[in-house]
Design a protein around this ligand. Structure first.
Ligand code: FAD
Ligand code: NAD
Length: 499
């Protein structure tokens, strides 16, 4: 992120798009754009970018881009799909840039291989400027592709997915059934398998998901609304029975009900969202979800990291959570676009919540002896489940240390709970460091620095297996990673939480 000039916030951009101003220079006309034409618009004062086959004139957006003009210029006059997906595929550009739409890329037929056919079939056409669709082929891959089957009794429909994975668990299965639309997604490494059908008949709201973890069989059990015989499971939808890279699958959202909102500090709240009865979703440790709201007619999406309702003090048993609720600890910024809108939600209102994302893997923690958590402000959120997981399930763990950076004492999230946990569990230790303390503060002061890190991040024994997790404002995280590397920690020993 770069500092934006005054008057260039997202809200200012939304206002500009609603002003009726001609942002493309084409007076509302949509045109077909050739690759040559696209390439001509490669300057800051005249910049077109293609995303998924649609061309946008992003010249008026330059000064509003949170990542800065130079980042946007990297894709000037070209297909920016890959770059966009790498940086923020969750941003709803269709909605944000709808007034900048110039048109579609022109279709360019490519020569068909002679030995197969001389006539051009639909599949052999390549959309000019669109990245070729990533199709997965190959015999060994096919063997790994999950498959499904279904059967029925008078009252039930059971969909069985054979994942061909031996270590299936609830976090890898995401099911939604709304009206007659059933969507079941299975995560297999960095791939996703999807069953997506418009069911033959209506089903009841409650649904059950059974997972046979060792054999990798997932059963989704639906209750028929009427006891009629189904001729088929339903009509396949567009992405039905596909097995593709997770990052190529669009984000799916379901509406969740806000059931409670409690104060954590003067500006931070704990929101409890209830998933629909017909959703099965567990957000894994270290992952985030996206929330989506329509603000002034534009879809706005922001990431948030689910936490636990509180910090459990007894780590003998894994915390049994019902899976029906998602807890979010969110700081409300006085001039924040999204958090102001969130703060205006009333109990009983609905908000769209996406599938989980993130590149943290529990296996990074499983064999650890020392875990250091460097958190700044709401960068504390991914540490909550991580702390719980490490103290509950990592038997070789000797020490967990949270180094928590805040501006003032009043900003410290869950201070009491953290102090109690430190008293209760000798493996856990917490250190608060304030950047803007009052004169009464007797604890540590300052911002992240090499000397602070060398003082607090120390292995419990020489060569112990260590992981240092870091999360907070981007400069905090970037500086922290650099200091840690300078102190001799390797890339594998550092995990930075980012979008
Ligand atoms: P914005 O309108 O974006 O602005 C927020 C504040 O920052 C304002 O004071 C604004 O003036 C300032 N600001 C914004 N952009 C700039 C800029 N470019 N330069 C200088 N100042 C700027 N937040 C949580 O509270 N809890 C979480 O669990 C959480 N999880 C996250 C997980 C991930 C992976 C990431 C990337 C972020 C997470 N965040 C979390 C932050 C969250 O996504 C939002 O960024 C945050 O809620 C602010 O949104 P907003 O629209 O209200 O604020
Ligand atoms: P804040 O402004 O209250 O600052 C908290 C502390 O961060 C400060 O006391 C200081 O020690 C440090 N800090 C702030 N700016 C710094 C800078 N420029 N250089 C070095 N250190 C700095 O923090 P906040 O408002 O709670 O913001 C939390 C941030 O964490 C947000 O940017 C949010 O997007 C990010 N976050 C990221 C994730 C993720 O997974 N990537 C999750 C949650 C929060």
């Amino acid at each position: 992120q770069v500092p934006l000039k005054p008057g260039r916030s997202l809200m200012d951009w939304i206002r500009l798009t609603k002003s009726g101003k001609d942002l493309t220079g084409l007076k509302g006309r949509l045109i077909e754009v050739t690759e040559d034409e696209l390439a001509k618009h490669n300057k800051k004062e005249d910049c077109w970018i293609c995303i998924r086959g649609f061309v946008y004139n992003v010249t008026p957006y330059m000064e509003y881009h949170p990542g800065g003009e130079d980042e946007l210029m990297k894709a000037a006059g070209t297909d920016g799909t890959d770059l966009f997906d790498q940086v923020h595929r969750w941003v709803n550009y269709e909605s944000m840039l709808k007034e900048c739409l110039v048109g579609r890329m022109a279709v360019k037929p490519i020569a068909a291989p002679k030995e197969i056919s001389s006539t051009l079939s639909e599949e052999k056409k390549q959309l000019n400027g669109i990245l070729p669709e990533k199709k997965v082929v190959g015999a060994s891959f096919k063997d790994l592709t999950p498959s499904y089957d279904w059967f029925q009794t008078d009252s039930l429909i059971t969909l069985v997915i054979y994942t061909k994975q031996k270590d299936m668990n609830a976090e890898l299965v995401i099911v939604d059934c709304e009206d007659k639309r059933l969507r079941g997604e299975i995560i297999v490494g960095d791939h996703s398998y999807l069953v997506e059908v418009d069911l033959d008949h209506a089903v009841q709201e409650d649904m059950a998901v059974h997972i046979a973890e060792k054999v990798g069989k997932v059963e989704i059990i639906l209750k028929k609304k009427d006891n009629v015989h189904w001729k088929m499971l339903g009509q396949p939808l567009e992405s039905h029975n596909t097995f593709i890279k997770r990052t190529d699958r669009g984000l799916f959202y379901r509406k969740c009900k806000l059931v409670s909102k409690t104060e954590v500090t003067h500006d931070t709240k704990l929101l409890c969202l209830m998933l629909p009865k017909s959703t099965h979703l567990h957000v894994p440790t270290g992952q985030h979800v996206y929330l989506k709201q329509i603000i002034a007619g534009t879809e706005v999406v922001k990431p948030y990291t689910p936490v636990l309702p509180f910090l459990p003090l007894d780590f003998k048993e894994p915390l049994s959570h019902d899976g029906a609720h998602i807890y979010l600890m969110i700081k409300i910024y006085s001039c924040g676009l999204f958090t102001q809108a969130l703060d205006h939600l009333q109990i009983g209102d609905y908000i769209s919540v996406s599938n989980p994302e993130g590149n943290f893997k529990k296996s990074q923690v499983q064999t650890l002896e020392d875990l250091f958590l460097l958190a700044a402000g709401t960068g504390f959120t991914p540490m909550v489940k991580l702390l719980n997981f490490a103290l509950t399930e990592v038997s070789c763990l000797r020490k967990v240390k949270l180094i928590f950076f805040n501006k003032t004492e009043d900003d410290i999230l869950w201070r009491n709970q953290l102090e109690q946990l430190a008293l209760k569990d000798e493996r856990f230790d917490v250190q608060f460091i304030l950047s803007q303390p009052t004169k009464d503060w007797v604890g540590k002061q300052g911002k992240i620095s090499s000397s602070l890190l060398s003082e607090f991040v120390k292995r419990s024994r020489k060569d112990s297996k260590v992981l240092i997790c870091i999360c907070g404002p981007t400069p905090f995280t970037e500086q922290g990673v650099q200091y840690l590397k300078d102190l001799g920690y390797s890339q594998e020993e550092i995990h930075a939480f980012t979008a």
